[in-house]
Design a protein around this ligand. Structure first.
Ligand code: HEC
Length: 187
C-alpha cells in the first residue's frame, strides 16, 4: 500500500517536472521578443494576423461588387464628349444669383465684372504678351456649346487654371449660366 502510494506520488512528481520544463521552455521561446513585429517562435500569435492597417498603408479591403461610389471623381470627358452635354440647370433667378456670386469670387479678377475679359489681372497678361482672358460675348465663346464652356472651366485652357478641383460639377454649370447671361447664348 505504502509502496503503491509512493509510486503514484513519484509518477505525479515526474509529470509535474515535465510540465514545468515545458512551461519554462515555452515562456523562454515565446518571451524572446525581438524588436520586430512578431516573435521568433510563433507560440502566442495574439493579434498579429488580423486585418489591421499599418500607418500609410492603403486600404486592402475590396468594396462589395454591387457598391456604387457616392463620392470621388466624376467621369472624365474629352472636349468632344463634353460638347454634347447639356446644361442640367435652368437660368432661374435663384440659380443666376448663385452663379453671379461664384463668378465674382472665382472669375471676375481675370474676366472682369461684366465678363468682357478686362479684369484687374488682365493687364498682366497683356504685359506678358500672353493670350488675355476672353470676352464672353466674343465669337469664340458664342461658338462654343454649353458643354464645351463647362469643359474648359473644369480643365482650364492656356494660362487659365483648371477649376475642376475647386468647383463641383454643378457649380461649373452655374458658371455657364453666368457666362451666357453676360455674353449671350452659345451654339
Ligand atoms: C488667372 C486668370 C483667369 C481666371 C481666374 C479665369 N480665367 Fe477664364 N480664361 C483666362 C484666359 C487667359 C483665357 C484664354 C486662354 C487662351 O486663350 O489661351 C480664358 C478663357 C476662358 C474661356 C474661353 C474658353 C474657350 O476657349 O472657349 C472661358 C469660358 C472662361 N475662361 C471661363 C472662366 C470662368 C467661368 C472662370 C471662373 C471659374 C475663369 N474663366 C477664370 C483666364 C482666367
Amino acid at each position: 500500500m505504502g509502496e503503491r502510494e509512493d509510486g503514484v506520488t513519484m509518477f505525479g512528481r515526474r509529470w509535474g517536472y515535465v510540465a514545468m520544463l515545458v512551461a519554462v521552455a515555452a515562456l523562454a521561446l515565446g518571451g524572446c521578443i525581438p524588436t520586430g513585429p512578431t516573435y521568433p517562435v510563433d507560440f502566442y500569435h495574439e493579434m498579429h494576423y488580423t486585418q489591421m492597417y499599418r500607418a500609410y498603408e492603403p486600404p486592402r479591403l475590396a468594396p462589395p461588387d454591387e457598391a456604387v461610389p457616392t463620392t470621388g471623381r466624376a467621369p472624365r470627358y474629352t472636349a468632344a464628349e463634353a460638347a454634347q452635354l447639356r446644361n442640367p440647370l435652368q437660368p432661374t433667378p435663384a440659380n443666376l444669383e448663385r452663379a453671379r456670386a461664384l463668378y465674382r469670387r472665382d472669375c471676375a479678377t481675370c474676366h472682369g465684372a461684366e465678363g468682357k475679359g478686362n479684369g484687374i489681372i488682365s493687364a498682366y497678361f497683356q504685359t506678358a504678351r500672353a493670350p488675355t482672358p476672353v470676352d464672353f460675348a466674343s465669337e469664340r465663346v458664342r461658338n462654343r456649346t454649353d458643354g464645351e464652356v463647362w469643359h474648359y472651366i473644369g480643365q482650364g485652357i492656356g494660362l487659365m487654371p483648371p477649376f475642376e478641383n475647386l468647383l463641383g460639377e454643378e457649380e461649373r454649370w452655374l458658371l455657364v449660366l453666368a457666362i451666357r447671361e453676360m455674353g449671350g447664348p452659345g451654339r
